[in-house]
Design a protein around this ligand. Structure first.
Ligand code: AP5
Ligand code: MG
Length: 218
């Protein structure tokens, strides 16, 4: 157990950030903070944020930096994140967000940024087959002969395809990753906080590499 770890997980869309963050958060007993999950919850609840974000997400575009920074600042101020640390999934996604995160957390900055590295052609096939539980967010892979209706084995919720997992939105997100998010590798590298982890292989193998990278750091 590593109390107080403050970790950012970077990586292409579909690299397995969500899948691995759920496991890392249990393993290290720190909150998993996913901006994508927070936005999808706002869409489901029909809040003002959700109404604004829905079209942006479905088009594979990025929600504005100021809005995202505000949401994350509020979440990091909660008791659990202040005392236990956190694993950030999907934030920061632009250099402006990373700079803002360092300002928000100036007293206890992010310790480690991990780039979960998976090539573009492989994430394309993972995302096309991805199905998610609408209630608990668990990930599944479609085999082409899926149960219908498909209910989640963890919570009984509906398992569906994400609205932004269309070929057009996936390609748009991957293009944005290269121009907006990849520069973060240099941003965290220049302050000695960056480590790359190979995200190709079974989820168990990738998880073992990730825990090793975190433990080596401490
Ligand atoms: P978000 O929800 O963060 O989506 P994303 O970045 O597109 O990333 P994904 O969730 O698609 O990929 P993942 O790496 O989590 O992969 P997963 O574990 O699911 O954001 C959605 C949208 O919200 C954004 O496009 C944007 O509009 C907005 N947004 C969010 N944050 C924002 C921010 N900071 N600023 C601005 N806008 C923001 O895995 C993928 C699939 O592969 C799954 O089916 C899984 O089962 C499978 N898989 C995982 N690991 C393996 C493995 N090792 N082997 C085989 N299959 C695997
Ligand atoms: Mg995700």
């Amino acid at each position: 157990m590593i109390p107080g770890a403050r970790i950012v997980l970077l990586g292409r869309q579909g690299a397995g950030k969500g899948t691995q963050c759920v496991r890392l958060s249990r393993h290290f007993v720190v909150p998993h903070i996913s901006t994508g999950d927070m936005l999808r919850a706002a869409v489901r609840e029909g809040t003002e944020l959700g109404k604004m974000a829905k079209a942006v997400i479905d088009a594979g575009q990025l929600v504005g930096d100021d809005i995202m920074v505000g949401i994350v600042a509020e979440r990091l101020d909660a008791e659990d994140a202040r005392t236990r640390g956190y694993i950030l999934d999907g934030f920061p996604r632009t250099v402006a967000q990373a700079i803002a995160l360092d300002e928000i957390t100036a007293k206890s900055p992010v310790d480690l940024a991990i780039d979960l590295d998976v090539p573009r052609d492989l994430v394309l096939s993972r995302l096309s087959a991805r199905r998610v539980c609408r209630d608990c967010g668990a990930n599944f892979q479609s085999t082409g002969t899926d149960p219908s209706p498909w209910t989640c084995e963890n919570c009984g919720g509906d398992v569906v395809q994400r609205d932004d997992d269309t070929p057009a939105a996936i390609n748009q997100r991957l293009d944005l990753y290269e121009t907006q998010t990849q520069p973060l590798i240099d941003y965290y590298g220049s302050s000695g906080r960056m480590v790359a982890v190979d995200g190709v292989g079974s989820p168990d193998d990738v998880f073992a590499r990730l825990t090793q990278a975190v433990e080596q750091r401490r």
